[in-house]
Design a protein around this ligand. Structure first.
Ligand code: PBG
Length: 327
């Protein structure tokens, strides 16, 4: 006996061919940015809370990038682990032209001129108190910090960065950096703003990787309250006016609604960052055999794309590219 049903959505799922016709969202290696941790040591150092990720020497960074490019991943974001001895309250190492990041940018652009090299602009890896901005009497100074971020951004641009990505959440930094880049002739350097970045608990493994956790307090006076959605639109409006080329939402998985909100309110490309804690959760479950790694990772990436992200920063970029190729 059959039910008298006028609509049977299952018909559009009945075979692989029909499912391919009906598919709305695609994810591929062209959507990925691979974050790379680099350090000045002689050997790679595995990051305990991020199995499969290491702090890389510059040679290993180049090998990793080469492997990724063969798999179709062409964009890289560089994050430095700075030795304690180079961290200062003024974060001066952040704009040292002979520092680790400028050296890494030059090496990447020399070996792989066709790659897209993105650099993180924020003071936390360089600052002895681990905050993204300059600290005075326990407060994070905004306007003074912006001056330093401008110097850091110029240093990266001079080394050859393609995209500068301020992750600090100070007010007004996009406009200040855009102006400084343009006045020095770096009109082609793009700004990918960490526009909507939440004060999230999911960054802890990253702070292990860089040894960059704040030495006091938290980041709640500059990163956004996870309870807020409307405020994302204020950040978006400001970054658009100041000249951002791409806007990011971060983290991704717990904030899919925000990705969708930003997608619906801008014509700019929207990036999402599947952060270290999201990686660690999936990886831990996979290692324990509680989740099928391949299927759960690809589903998480598809979800981020479906929410409206054009590009995804993900530590799974290489395995995901391989799995997608295998089909
Ligand atoms: C630094 C920065 C952070 C991340 C990217 N850039 C950490 C933070 O804001 O504390 C997090 C990335 C991740 O968790 O994968 N400003």
């Amino acid at each position: 006996m059959s039910l008298d049903l006028p609509i049977r959505p299952r018909r559009n799922r009945k075979s692989a061919v029909v499912r391919d016709f009906a598919r709305e969202t695609f994810v591929g290696p062209e959507h990925f940015v691979l974050p790379l941790f680099i350090h000045p040591g002689k050997e790679d150092q595995p990051v305990a809370s991020m199995p499969g990720c290491s702090r890389l020497t510059l040679d290993s960074m180049l090998r990793e990038a080469e492997g990724a490019m063969k798999e179709g991943v062409r964009a890289f974001d560089l994050f430095p682990a700075i030795p304690e001895s180079q961290k200062t309250p003024g974060a001066q190492e952040a704009w040292n032209p002979e520092g680790l990041v400028p050296a890494a940018i030059r090496a990447m652009k020399r070996e792989f001129p066709e790659s897209l090299v993105i650099t993180d602009v924020a003071l936390d890896p360089y600052n002895s108190d681990g905050h993204d901005g300059l600290v005075q009497d326990g407060k994070i100074l905004n306007d003074e910090t912006v001056q330093l971020l401008v110097m850091q951004a110029l240093c990266h641009a001079e080394a050859g960065a393609d995209v500068i990505s301020p992750s600090d959440m100070m007010d007004g930094r996009i406009g200040a950096i855009r102006g400084a880049l343009d006045s020095r002739g770096f009109t082609d350097v793009s700004l990918l703003s960490y526009c909507v970045k939440y004060a999230s608990s999911f960054y802890n493994p990253f702070r292990d990787a860089l040894d960059s956790a704040p030495k006091f307090g938290d980041k709640k006076t500059y990163q956004m309250d996870p309870a807020n959605a409307r405020e994302a639109l204020r950040e978006l409006e400001q970054d658009e006016l100041e000249g951002a080329d791409i806007v990011m939402v971060k983290p991704a998985g717990p904030f899919l609604d925000i990705i969708k909100l930003v997608r619906e309110n801008t014509v700019l490309p929207v990036a999402a960052y599947q952060v270290s804690g999201e990686y660690a959760m999936l990886k831990a479950a996979a290692i324990n055999g509680w989740l099928d790694e391949r299927r759960s990772v690809l589903e998480s990436l598809l979800g981020i794309r479906r929410a409206g992200a054009d590009l995804i920063f993900t530590y799974f970029a290489r395995p995901a590219a391989r799995w997608l190729k295998e089909g």
